[in-house]
Design a protein. Structure first.
Length: 185
C-alpha cells in the first residue's frame, strides 16, 4: 500500500442512493484482514483486529438519513508505559445527507449570515447535512472518520500511572547553597 492513498480507499464501500429503500436499507461495512494493517497505520494504532459498521439508511426523495454503530477491536500504545493494550469501541453514528448542490447552498447561506451577524450563539442547532457526491455515499470513509474521532488521543493502559522520579525529596534547593555562602559555612 502506498502512503499517498486516500483514507476512504482503505475501506471503500460506496452506495448509490437509488439502492436505498425509503423504509430503510441495512448495510454492513466490514474491514477484510488485508485492509486491517493499513487502517491501523492510518489511525496510529498498534494493530486492529476487527472493524465492522452496521448502518440503517433510509431515503426521503434525494435526502438520506443514516443511523448505525461502529464496533472495533484494536490495540493502542499506552502513553505512560508504551505497552500495547486491547481496546473495544462501540460508536453510535447519526448523519443526514443531501445532494451536493443543496449542501453548497446551505454553506453559502451560512457564510452570508456570518457576514451580517458579529456573534450569535445557536444552541441545539442541527449540523448541516453531508453532501451526496454524484449520487453516492461513501460508507467506508464515514466509518474510518467516526472511528478516528472516537479514539482516545492519550490512551492509558488500565492501572498505568505516571510516577515521577524527581530524586531525593530532601535535596537542597539552589538557594540553600547561597544561604550557606552568606552564613560562611
Amino acid at each position: 500500500m502506498t502512503p499517498d492513498r486516500a483514507p476512504a480507499s482503505l475501506l471503500s464501500h460506496p452506495i448509490r442512493i437509488e439502492a436505498i429503500r425509503p423504509r430503510g436499507s441495512e448495510v454492513v461495512v466490514r474491514a477484510e484482514a488485508e485492509q486491517l494493517p493499513g487502517i491501523a497505520a492510518l489511525l496510529g494504532l498498534v494493530s486492529i483486529e476487527a472493524l465492522e459498521a452496521r448502518y440503517t439508511l433510509s431515503r426521503n426523495g434525494e435526502r438520506v438519513k443514516l443511523d448505525g454503530r461502529i464496533a472495533a477491536r484494536f490495540h493502542q500504545a499506552c502513553i505512560v508505559t508504551l505497552d500495547p493494550f486491547p481496546v473495544q469501541l462501540d460508536v453510535p453514528v447519526q448523519l443526514d445527507f443531501a445532494p451536493e448542490e443543496e449542501t453548497a447552498a446551505f454553506a453559502r447561506r451560512n457564510e452570508r449570515d456570518d457576514a451580517e451577524i458579529d456573534i450569535e450563539v445557536l444552541l441545539n442547532e442541527d449540523d448541516p447535512p453531508e453532501p451526496i457526491v454524484d449520487g453516492v455515499i461513501e460508507l467506508g470513509g464515514i466509518t474510518l472518520e467516526f472511528l478516528a474521532l472516537a479514539l482516545d488521543p492519550y490512551p492509558r493502559k488500565p492501572g498505568a500511572s505516571f510516577e515521577s522520579s524527581a530524586g531525593d525529596t530532601r535535596a537542597e534547593s539552589p538557594f540553600a547553597a547561597l544561604a550557606k555562602l552568606k552564613r560562611g559555612d
